[in-house]
Design a protein around this ligand. Structure first.
Ligand SMILES: N[C@@H](CCC(=O)N[C@@H](CS)C(=O)NCC(=O)O)C(=O)O
Length: 209
C-alpha cells in the first residue's frame, strides 16, 4: 500500500492511523509547494488534486476519513469498531467535523497562516469574524460532549478522535479561539501523548507538522 501525504491537517489523519497501527504502508510525500499534487500521475490517483490518497493494489482511495477507516478495518483494529452503533456515531462526528468544526477552523488556518506563508495578502477581516463566530459555536458543542469523556465515541480511541482533532495541532498558527474550552484542551492534550498523533509523519520535514 502507498499512502500519499504532505504535512498538512487533512493528511495528518491517515498518517497517524498508519503509524498508530504500524500499517504496512509506504509513505509517499507529495510536495504541495512544488505542485506535485497536480501532475497527471497523481491526478490519476486522486482526481481532486489533494492529499491524502491511498493505493492498495488496483484500488485507489481518497478522503482522509475513508482512508482512516480503510486502514483500521484492514488491520481489524477497534479504531473502526465492528459494532454498527459505534460506526454510526463515528460517522456522525466525522460528518459534523467536515461541515462545522474543522470547516471553520480551516478558514481561520487559511486566513491567518496560509495567506501569510504563501504571500497571499492580509487576512480578510469579514471572513475571520464569521469563521470565529461559527468556530466558537461548534467548539461549545464539542466541549460539552467531552465532559467526563476521554474519547469522542465510547471508551476507546477511534478514528473520530483523529478526524475531529485534525486542526488542533496547528491551533496557534490558525489563531483558533480555544480559550475557555477546557474539555477540548484536556482531550487534545491526551491525544498529543500518543506518539502517532504527535509525530505522524515518517520524518520531521515541515513547519506545518
Ligand atoms: N476532504 C479532503 C480534503 C483534502 C484537502 O483539502 N487537502 C489539502 C491539504 S490539507 C490539499 O491537498 N490542498 C491542496 C490544494 O487544494 O491544492 C480530505 O479530508 O481528504
Amino acid at each position: 500500500m502507498k499512502l500519499y501525504y504532505f504535512e498538512t491537517p487533512n493528511a495528518r489523519k491517515p498518517c497517524a492511523v498508519a503509524k498508530h497501527l504500524n500499517s504496512p504502508v509506504e509513505f509517499v510525500r507529495i510536495d504541495l509547494s512544488k505542485g506535485e499534487h497536480q501532475t497527471p500521475e497523481y491526478l490519476a490517483i486522486n482526481p481532486n488534486g489533494k492529499v491524502p490518497a491511498l493505493r492498495d493494489g488496483d484500488a485507489r482511495l481518497w478522503e482522509g476519513h475513508a482512508i482512516m477507516a480503510y486502514l483500521a478495518a484492514k488491520a481489524g483494529s477497534d479504531l473502526w469498531p465492528k459494532d454498527s452503533a459505534k460506526q454510526i456515531d463515528i460517522l456522525r462526528w466525522l460528518n459534523w467535523d467536515t461541515a462545522h468544526f474543522s470547516r471553520h477552523a480551516g478558514t481561520l488556518f487559511f486566513q491567518h497562516y496560509i495567506k501569510a506563508a504563501f504571500g497571499m495578502g492580509e487576512p480578510d477581516a469579514a471572513a475571520v469574524e464569521e469563521a470565529t463566530g461559527f468556530f466558537k459555536r461548534f467548539a461549545d458543542v464539542l466541549d460539552n460532549h467531552l465532559k467526563g469523556r476521554t474519547y469522542l465515541v465510547g471508551d476507546n480511541l477511534t478514528i473520530a478522535d483523529f478526524g475531529v482533532a485534525c486542526m488542533l495541532p496547528t491551533a496557534q498558527e490558525a489563531k483558533l479561539p480555544l480559550g475557555g474550552f477546557t474539555q477540548i484542551q484536556r482531550w487534545h492534550d491526551g491525544l498529543m501523548r500518543l506518539p502517532a498523533w504527535k509525530d505522524p509523519y515518517p520524518a520531521s520535514q515541515s513547519a506545518l507538522a
